[in-house]
Design a protein around this ligand. Structure first.
Ligand SMILES: CC(C)(COP(=O)(O)OP(=O)(O)OC[C@H]1O[C@@H](n2cnc3c(N)ncnc32)[C@H](O)[C@@H]1OP(=O)(O)O)[C@@H](O)C(=O)NCCC(=O)NCCS
Length: 154
């Protein structure tokens, strides 16, 4: 039986909080993971990034390879939104470092919340970072409710 070695982030990758990002680089990153709902509205995407309370990026050379962002009152809640890593750079620990940067930034904040799809790798990623899926809670049941304009949720 083989054991998977721990992911190691290449030394050429820089992960750091950022104030802003270039719109074309942003769209290229979001397109790389297939998030076209965002890239159909590049101006809105840039506004979402700029309206975030915390942004951390992963850059290799001059290529934006990943980012994570959060919306927070900096006191009681931090909502983690949009964590993504270019497919060419996934599985190397970049996502873990991005999310760790967000969690460190909001260490003093009690509630950290996020929504994600149902792909096993996404669920495994968040579980590996200490997040609990509300649907698995039995001792302290919680429910997540959501409205997504324009989507018929079912
Ligand atoms: C989810 C995502 C951000 C993870 O980033 P990443 O850099 O590939 O993840 P890491 O290499 O840091 O992996 C961290 C942990 O996540 C889990 N994980 C990551 N990819 C996984 C996969 N394909 N299958 C199973 N577990 C996986 C593992 O537990 C891993 O820890 P390990 O390497 O010690 O086993 C990245 O895959 C991605 O951008 N996906 C597309 C966009 C997306 O779905 N974003 C999240 C939903 S909002």
């Amino acid at each position: 039986m083989s054991t998977k070695p721990p992911a190691s982030v290449p030394s050429s990758v820089r992960i750091a909080p950022a104030e802003d990002v270039d719109q074309d680089a942003l769209c290229a990153l979001y397109d790389a993971v297939g998030w076209s709902t965002y890239t159909h509205e590049p101006t809105q995407l840039l506004a979402a990034i700029r309206g975030s309370d915390f942004l951390v990026t992963a850059v290799e050379g001059d290529l934006l390879i990943g980012l994570a962002r959060a919306i927070s009152d900096d006191s009681s809640i931090a909502y983690v939104q949009d964590i993504l890593v270019r497919p060419t750079h996934q599985g190397q620990g970049v996502g873990r470092l991005l999310l760790t940067a967000v969690l460190d930034r909001y260490k003093h904040v009690r509630q950290k919340v996020l929504l994600t799809d149902d792909r096993p790798e996404q669920l495994q990623f968040y579980a590996s970072m200490g997040f609990k899926n509300t649907r698995d809670l039995t001792k302290t049941p919680l429910n997540a409710f959501v409205i997504i304009e324009g989507a018929s949720l079912g």
